[in-house]
Structures are given as structure tokens and as C-alpha cells.
Design a protein around this ligand. Structure first.
Ligand code: FES
Length: 154
């Protein structure tokens, strides 16, 4: 897939040309493209004088970064212990069935991506599902369907 990288020079110009800028640059690329295209990572490595292997290791270490395109709406299911005890597994299965994808995948129309995350620190609201950056607590199999329906309309 070819990606229009015309915004990349602007992103790189917004940061000092220094290895310390790596995470900030990757955050901006992720924000702009919703993933980290290979060509952008190569250019970043060159511009910041960081080995490409280091750029990839940082890109794969942080959950916030994705090396594959994400959907317009990213649904994250917390699978931490409290959420697990309170039914996150059933919610996950429901979301997988509704979207016909597994965690780490994106729907064919590019609208939704499904991911699992470790405890997001909102255990009192368990089970927790995040739709993009919006957290929803006490999610069950029925409200999971409503979350998808609402996101489709947005
Ligand atoms: S385990 Fe899900 S928010 Fe803590």
C-alpha cells in the first residue's frame, strides 16, 4: 500500500534533529497516518540519525504505535485482571463476532480495529472498553453492540 508522505517533512521539522525526538516524531506520525508506515520510519531514522532497528524496536514496544493501518475507530478491550473477572472475555467475543475480526485486525472497510490492552487504570469501571480515546465502563454483551452501532453513525 502506498501512503502519501507529503506531511512527513513538516512533522520532522517540528522536532529537533536529535535521537531524543524519536518518540515525539513517532507520536506525530501515528496521529497523522493512524499507523507508522515503513517509509516514514526509514526517513525518521535518517533524519534523527537513529539506527532503523532502534526505530522499529521503539515502534513495537509501545501499544500506542501500530505498524499496520488502523481503522477509523479503534476499539480497545481491557483484559486486565479485574476486567477479566467481570466479563471482558464475553465482551471481547461479542465484539469479535459483531465486527468479524480478532484483536490486532481491522475490518475490510477500514472502519474498525480491535485491540486488547492491559489494565488501563479504571478498574472501578470494569469491564472497560475504549472507543478511540473515550472510555466506557460496565460494558456487557448488549452495550458492546450499542457501542458499535453508535460508532457506525458517528
Ligand atoms: S483491569 Fe481493566 S481497568 Fe483495570
Amino acid at each position: 500500500m502506498s501512503v502519501d508522505l507529503s506531511k512527513l517533512p513538516q512533522i520532522l521539522e517540528g522536532h529537533p534533529k536529535d535521537p531524543q525526538s524519536l518518540i515525539g516524531v513517532l507520536q506525530d506520525i501515528q496521529k497523522e497516518y493512524r499507523f507508522l508506515p515503513d517509509e516514514a520510519l526509514e526517513e525518521t531514522a535518517r533524519a534523527l540519525k537513529v539506527p532503523l532497528s532502534k526505530v522499529y524496536s521503539v515502534s513495537t514496544f509501545y501499544n500506542a504505535f501500530s505498524l499496520t493501518p488502523r481503522g477509523d475507530t479503534v476499539i480497545r478491550i481491557c483484559v486486565g485482571t479485574t476486567c477479566h473477572i467481570r466479563g471482558a472475555r464475553q465482551v471481547q467475543q461479542r465484539l469479535e463476532n459483531l465486527l468479524k475480526i480478532k484483536p490486532g485486525q481491522t475490518t475490510e472497510d477500514g472502519k474498525f480495529s480491535l485491540e486488547t490492552v492491559a489494565c488501563v487504570g479504571a478498574c472501578a469501571m470494569a469491564p472497560v472498553v475504549a472507543v478511540n480515546d473515550e472510555f466506557h465502563g460496565g460494558v456487557n454483551v448488549n452495550s458492546a453492540k450499542r457501542l458499535i452501532r453508535r460508532s457506525k453513525k458517528a
